[in-house]
Write a protein that binds this ligand. Structure first.
Ligand code: PGA
Length: 240
């Protein structure tokens, strides 16, 4: 795993946006794997700035998001569908038909998981997958536990994730208790993975990631089996 240690959130965002921008400039029909949460917002803002400056064209780019709450309507301002539009898609020229996010409003979540997994597997492989990391070490919504899932699946959110995400909702009770998420195998199909982490709260998860062991108790440690992962993190996440 390659490490890029940054002074702060701004530098982390800048470095991540640079990696994505290089790819989009070189391969106009590339596929990006995208994440939600507060971590990638600065990266998306940098990409929007570059787009506005005429440096980037997203018209040929395809995107796959990692996960979505379940059940949730895409118009709900807490849905990841809404988040992506507000923080990126509404501000760049990516085509609506090239954007893929698990459907939190699907009637049959199992069917939706199969549809999404099939779509990821039959499309061009993700060139760069952006990941955040949970305080509990989750990636996507692959939560710590005795075992992990390989494919896209519906999962119960852990108490730790529900309380970490409660800040976006009116109360903790309003946080959906389930989500549809790419599995570890789905994520590892990406050609290159960029994991972003900032802030002291992520230090324990990052320490475990940099340690030798792989454990389902810290799902991000599974990334160690991939041969093209870049960890871009700030000093607080790295040193604690
Ligand atoms: P955050 O979430 O970016 O809001 O910290 C990351 C995650 O839970 O994967």
């Amino acid at each position: 795993m390659k490490l890029i240690l940054c002074k702060n959130y701004e530098e982390m965002s800048e470095k991540a946006a640079f990696e994505i921008a290089e790819l989009v400039k070189k391969e106009s029909k590339c596929t990006l794997g995208l994440a939600t949460g507060s971590t990638p917002v600065g990266t998306y803002q940098r990409l929007i700035d570059m787009y506005n400056g005429g440096e980037l064209d997203f018209s040929g780019v395809t995107t796959f998001n990692l996960d979505e709450y379940y059940p949730i309507n895409p118009d709900n301002d807490q849905s990841y569908d809404y988040f992506m539009r507000k923080n990126l898609f509404d501000h760049i020229n990516v085509k609506k038909e090239n954007v893929n996010i698990p459907r939190g409003s699907a009637v049959d979540p199992g069917e939706e998981c199969n549809r999404y997994e099939e779509l990821v597997r039959t499309s061009n492989p993700v060139d760069i997958q952006i990941l955040g990391i949970g305080v509990n070490g989750h990636i996507g919504f692959n939560e710590p536990g005795e075992y992990l899932h390989a494919s896209t699946h519906i999962t119960d959110l852990t108490e730790s994730t529900i309380s970490a995400n409660a800040r976006f909702f009116e109360s903790e009770d309003d946080v959906p208790k389930k989500a549809i998420t790419m599995g570890i195998g789905t994520i590892l199909r990406a050609k290159k993975i960029i994991l972003l982490a900032n802030g002291k709260a992520k230090h324990n998860a990052i320490s475990a990631l940099l340690d030798e062991k792989i454990t389902s108790d810290i799902p991000a440690t599974l990334l160690k089996v991939h041969n093209n992962v870049i960890l871009i993190c700030d000093e607080e996440a790295y040193y604690g």
